[in-house]
Design a protein around this ligand. Structure first.
Ligand code: CP
Ligand code: NVA
Length: 324
């Protein structure tokens, strides 16, 4: 596996990414994903140095939201602005999508107006159908199955803090949801060993687990799936958690609180990790539920660097897929 150069790259045109969709890590090779991360590092450096970079002048990104968002909406809109382009917020409640216009029609119509589409929705098949009918790049801004933009930001943060990725161990504690699924397919491609502890009945998607096990064998990494949070956290480099009830599962909140009670990331659990472990959370977080305030607001937490990196990795995705 190639190591990511510590120096920012000067190459921003990535032929393997032009015109492509970004829906699921499984669709992209380890090398292509590492190129994307290198580009994100370069774009972050440019922005920090105040160097203007506007390869998307005249380009428009349509952003379809069928669920709420703070980070995804704001970071994509700011990303397009900084790259010289424009972003359009398209809420399903204000467009014909919310009144049942078919996805294939929506995809083909929007492809005549905009240069790229970002979508946050429920079923992953909605995103794949949109991508199938759109003639422009489609970016997955979260589905019930995957949240790849978030995990790419997490991986950039991990690389920045640890100086390497290969051989690190990441532990995810909690619901086997979109975050856990995206970590499963991403970790092997970056040489990261992954452990996931979920309560019984809340395991990750079985097809994604199978995909991940194959990738781990191919890339020489390990994956541990367990119901024991202490086993999962033992000597780990990073602990990750997410809400117990995701968007669309609000009615299960109470029932989940009971099933997940033993899976809180708190001061007692983190004692089993390396002393310099990092804590990450995609946010929004519920202090006192999946994580104690002491851990999320403590010295090992990097949640705001992680949130910032959404901007930088998404700029890389936009440049790589949409720039001429
Ligand atoms: N982490 C994340 O995707 O946040 P938003 O729901 O605020 O977009
Ligand atoms: N699992 C959470 C992630 C939010 C960014 C959800 O889908 O609601």
């Amino acid at each position: 596996m190639a190591t990511i150069p510590l120096q920012p790259t000067t190459t921003w045109q990535l032929p393997n990414w032009q015109g492509r969709d970004f829906l699921d890590f499984a669709d992209h090779s380890a090398i292509d994903l590492q190129d994307l991360l290198t580009l994100a590092i370069d774009l972050k450096e440019k922005q920090k140095q105040g160097i203007p970079f506007r390869p998307l002048a005249g380009k428009t990104l349509g952003m379809i939201f069928e669920k709420a968002s703070t980070r995804t909406r704001v970071s994509f809109e700011v990303a397009m602005y900084q790259l010289g382009g424009h972003a359009l917020f398209l809420s399903s409640s204000d467009t014909q999508l919310g009144r049942g216009e078919p996805i294939p029609d929506t995809a083909q119509v929007l492809s005549r107006y905009v240069d790229g589409l970002m979508i946050r929705t429920f079923g992953h098949e909605i995103v794949t159908e949109l991508a199938q009918y759109a003639s422009i790049p489609v970016i997955n801004g979260l589905t019930d199955l995957h949240h790849p933009c978030q995990v790419l930001a997490d991986i950039l943060t991990l690389w920045e803090k640890k100086g390497t990725l290969k051989g690190l161990t990441v532990t995810y504690i909690g619901d086997g949801n979109n975050m856990a699924n995206s970590w499963l397919v991403a970790a092997p491609k970056f040489g990261i060993n992954l452990r996931i502890a979920t309560p019984p009945g809340y395991e990750c998607d079985a097809a994604v687990v199978e995909q991940a096990n194959n990738l781990a064998a191919q890339h020489g990494t390990s994956i541990l799936l367990t119901h024991d949070p202490v086993e999962a956290v033992q000597g780990t480099d990073m602990i990750y958690t997410d809400v117990w009830a995701s968007m669309g599962q609000e009615q299960e909140q109470q029932e989940r609180m009971n099933h997940f009670a033993a899976y809180q990331v708190n001061e007692e659990l983190v004692k089993h990790a390396k002393p310099d472990y990092l804590f990450m959370h995609c946010l929004p977080a519920h202090r006192g539920e999946e994580v104690s305030a002491g851990v999320i607001d403590g010295p090992n937490s990097v949640i705001f660097d992680e949130a910032e990196n959404r901007l930088h990795v998404q700029k890389a995705i936009l440049v790589a897929t949409m720039a001429p």
